[in-house]
Write a protein that binds this ligand. Structure first.
Ligand code: ATP
Ligand code: MG
Length: 571
């Protein structure tokens, strides 16, 4: 491809509405353009990168025994009524009617369609396992589409679904996908972690997320520094709770704390460290209110409490409910004397010998509160978020927090859809059973954005070679000179002849402009052809990442690129 003909409208300035680096750079590099909120067009450069990721995903899925299909994007509402999701999916599901007034939606995911497909044609255990996937546009009417391709409304996803005869067989399908995902992100040249994710009240680690590590990521990855335990924040379990201290406690007393309603205020006012404070949080689910105790320096993990209670909706109670439950206002709740409400406590509460807690009345706290002596909890459990330095639940090592971007998700569905939609098969004994399913997603467009979040510098994108739109850009410099132009054409042709995808910057531009654009669009290698080096039969080979420039013989340009490519992937 020649730059003079290439539709790559680069921008000098960051677009005003772009908040994150990948969005800014993809706009500036002429990779994407916004059509409307959360909906983007992929321009040639962007589409090439997207297709690179797609192809890697396709190869690894095929290798793992999955088969590619292509399902309709428009789905009949009836199927969603059948699965029970028409009612519960909410506004992310874009619904519409056809001319016959029948309900339809745009596919945000394809469990219904695939289950319908498989139940019609697969009836015997002999045809299982079956793993089908597609690479397709999804539509989710996200409440806050933002960050460019990171959270779009229309986006490219690989979604795959496995069908098995038993739970055990489904675990095998799951682990094949887990390995395929590892291969995909490794082959993309990205730094990532596979983390255990929350799978709802069924527990276990039947859900994994693949996270590309990047400081700008929205998600938190909790990983052990010693073993390979890694989980997302919702799921990350706590290691063994600290032993109960022997510290003895004086009699409990009430103290005035005028206006001090936050942990920070109370801690300052009474000169007590937050770890000696008890936060009493009043939550509300469809089953009514519940009180949860968390150490002052810890954060509540709503998902853990939700799973523990096995409820659908759980959130912080409003101030009226708090008054009803505790008799006092928001900010002064405490466990002592709480009646008529279930009292849960995080494990760490047990290890506070002498605590400060709200007195359930305005402007007052209790000090020298001793858990066990002054109040009793109904249940203790793991209800808080992990922090850096916490013990690892597997090996006792130390946990560390990273920022990450979720690019892939594995989920063991079990019999949820096959039961609801009657996808059954006959086993070897002739008994009818529901198929056991798994679903597996990769955000293809988000992966491109995540790759840029992880790999960029002040000059622009630094594409890892496997997903770069082109591997090399050949840049002739200097005033019009046929010898240079011919040499550039020659190197360019040679690279293509060797299967190395190359751009030729044949534009009539100053070298500075060409270099800036090459850096911005992130092509891994630049071959500069100029008069001085050419006089010695040499060209410059520059590595976009290290910015190192080396002089190579013009005749050895191709093997040099091949060699540096290998070195890059070996890093
Ligand atoms: P999130 O928590 O980010 O909303 P999700 O749990 O809804 O993700 P899944 O339904 O598991 O996502 O979808 C599979 C993959 O599709 C995700 O891992 C992510 O990479 C990608 N994805 C999901 N929503 C979007 C979106 N709005 N824009 C781009 N990619 C997305
Ligand atoms: Mg979502």
């Amino acid at each position: 491809m020649k730059m003079s003909r290439f539709f790559v409208p680069t921008l000098k300035e960051d677009p005003a509405d772009a908040e994150v680096i990948s969005h800014k750079l993809m706009m500036r590099a002429g990779m994407i353009r916004k059509l409307t909120a959360g909906i983007y067009s992929y321009l040639p450069l962007g589409y090439r990168a997207l297709r690179k990721v797609e192809q890697i995903v396709r190869e690894e899925m095929d290798l793992a025994g999955a088969q590619e299909v292509f399902l309709p994007m428009v789905q009949p509402g009836e199927l969603w009524v059948e699965s029970g999701r028409w009612e519960v999916y909410g506004k992310e599901l874009l619904r519409f009617k056809d001319r016959h007034d029948r309900d339809y939606c745009l596919g945000p995911t394809h469990e219904e369609v695939i289950t319908d497909l498989v139940r019609r044609d697969v009836r015997s255990y002999r045809h299982l396992p079956l793993n089908l996937y597609q690479i397709q546009t999804k539509f989710r009417d996200e409440i806050r589409p933002r960050f460019g391709l990171m959270r779009g409304r229309e986006f490219m996803m690989k979604d795959g679904y496995s069908f098995d005869v038993s739970d055990k067989a489904a675990d095998v399908s799951y682990s094949l996908m887990w390995q395929a995902y590892k291969n995909v992100f490794a082959r993309c040249g990205l730094r990532f972690r596979a983390v255990e994710a929350d799978s709802g009240p069924i527990g276990g680690s039947f859900s994994h997320e693949f996270m590309v590590l990047a400081d700008t990521g929205e998600d938190t990855v909790v990983a052990c520094t010693f073993c390979d335990y890694a989980a997302n924040m919702e799921k990350a379990e706590m290691g063994v709770p600290a032993p109960v201290p022997s510290e003895t406690c004086g009699p409990m007393r009430r103290v005035d704390t005028p206006g001090a309603s936050t942990i920070e205020d109370v801690s300052k006012f009474l000169n007590v460290k937050p770890e000696h404070l008890i936060k009493t949080l009043i939550l509300r689910s469809e089953r009514g209110p519940v009180a949860v105790l968390i150490r002052g320096d810890h954060e509540l993990n709503l998902v853990k409490v939700k799973n523990h209670l096995n409820v659908m909706d759980l959130d912080f109670a409003d101030s009226r409910t708090i008054e009803e439950v505790t008799g006092g206002p928001l900010g002064f709740s405490g466990p002592v004397g709480l009646k008529n409400v279930d009292l849960l406590a995080d494990h760490a509460i047990r290890s506070i010998g002498c605590a400060v807690a709200g007195a359930n009345e305005k402007d007052a706290h209790l000090v020298d509160v001793n858990p066990g002596r002054d109040f009793h909890v109904d249940r203790t459990g793991d209800f808080r978020c992990a922090m850096g330095g916490d013990p690892c639940p597997r090996c006792g090592g130390k946990l560390q927090l990273f920022r990450g971007i979720e690019v892939g998700h594995l989920f063991k569905l079990g019999e949820k859809y096959s039961e609801a939609m009657n996808a059954r098969f006959l086993d070897a004994e002739g008994a009818e059973k529901p198929m056991v399913m798994g679903c597996y997603g990769i955000g293809i467009s988000r992966t491109v954005a995540a790759a840029i979040e992880q790999n960029h510098d002040e000059d622009g994108i630094i594409f890892p070679p496997p997903i770069a739109p082109f591997t090399v850009i050949v840049t002739p410099v200097g005033a019009k000179d046929t010898e240079i132009e011919e040499a550039a054409e020659h190197v360019y042709a040679e690279l293509w002849a060797n299967g190395i995808e190359t751009l030729l910057d044949d534009r009539d531009e100053r070298p500075g402009v060409k270099f800036k654009d090459a850096d911005l669009i992130g092509i891994p290698f630049r071959i500069t052809i100029g008069k001085k080096a050419m006089a010695q039969g040499k060209v410059e080979l520059r590595n976009r990442k290290t910015k190192k420039v080396e002089l190579v013989d013009i005749s050895a340009a191709v093997p040099a690129v091949k060699d540096r490519l290998e070195a890059w992937s070996a890093e």
